[in-house]
Design a protein around this ligand. Structure first.
Ligand code: SF4
Length: 294
């Protein structure tokens, strides 16, 4: 029987012990079979437990796009397609000074805006969307970003995912942001087998209290970026192992898995490695991270 090492970040609170699981081994297969037979009530309980653990693992989960108004968040979210939030945040300070209102976007000079948006990629399409957004807001919504999903999705460059980001973070209306991380994680957790984002939203919504939808989306994005990567999920360092039917899709050895984790604890581990400090457990890494941030 293989006993994985304690979870990485969340080992501050939880010692994850999962029996009988190796990478792609019989343990993982058995767990998948068990999940297939799961009742709807059990799935809901497991989903809520995962959400609670995510809150412990990622207490800093939040919208990583910088914004002050619904218009700024709408623009930033449109720009975030096919690029990183960090890249968007490097461009928006200049953009937001130059274009302050929907009218500013509506009347923008195309080549000037394209020049500003170039670093974010797909800059011609994004420029077209932002100018179209400004025009639509001026023509149909008195220059204001509407706070209703049905209205938002009629605007250029805004699909359901972007609309939910804007509603959840600028208007306080709970929404599930079904992005690539969200889709991968719900499949790994067997919350749903649906592939269509709208169907995923409908399947996941009833599992989690509505008021938690926005923060759940942030936690999932953080977990997808830091731990449960598309190619090599850091299973051996993941505090969700006990509730995850896909445990074993990535390395289960703690030392191997911990090196796949990104984020603040990963930085502490890298520093320990560079200084050749004898750090061996997740608690020691957490201690080191605390000392470094003090
Ligand atoms: S697949 Fe691995 S890393 Fe992803 S949630 Fe499950 S146990 Fe964690």
């Amino acid at each position: 029987m293989t006993m994985p090492s304690p979870s990485f970040s969340a080992a501050r609170r939880t010692l994850v012990i999962v029996a009988g699981a190796g990478v792609g081994g019989a343990g993982a297969a058995a767990r998948r079979r068990k999940i297939t037979a799961e009742t709807s009530l059990s799935r809901t309980r497991r989903a809520r437990r995962i959400n609670a653990e995510l809150a412990v693992i990622h207490p800093d989960a939040h919208c990583e796009l910088d914004f002050r108004t619904p218009l700024e968040l709408t623009v930033a979210t449109i720009l975030s397609a096919q690029t990183t939030d960090k890249m968007v945040n490097s461009v928006t300070p200049t953009l937001f000074v130059k274009y302050r209102t929907a009218s500013d976007y509506a009347g923008a000079d195309v080549s000037e805006m394209e020049g500003l948006l170039k670093p974010t990629g797909f800059f011609r399409a994004k420029t077209k969307s932002l100018i179209g957004l400004g025009q639509a807001l001026v023509e149909r919504f008195d220059g204001e970003v509407p706070g209703r999903l049905a209205d938002l999705v009629t605007l250029p460059g805004i699909g359901r995912k972007t609309a939910n980001v804007v509603l959840g973070n600028a208007f306080g209306v709970p929404g599930l942001t079904v992005d690539t991380h969200f889709q991968r994680l719900v499949r790994r957790w067997a919350w749903t087998q649906e592939a269509d984002p709208v169907k995923i939203e409908s399947a996941v919504g009833p599992l989690i209290p509505r008021k938690e939808w926005t923060i759940l989306s942030h936690r999932m994005i953080f977990h997808g970026r830091r731990v449960c990567h598309a190619r090599r999920p850091a299973c051996g360092a993941c505090a969700l192992a006990s509730w995850c039917p896909s445990y074993g899709d990535g390395p289960v050895d703690f030392e191997v898995a911990a090196r796949l984790v990104k984020g603040p604890d990963a930085a502490a581990r890298e520093r320990a490695d560079a200084l050749r400090l004898p750090v061996r457990t997740s608690e020691e890494i957490a201690d080191l991270a605390r000392k470094q941030s003090a």
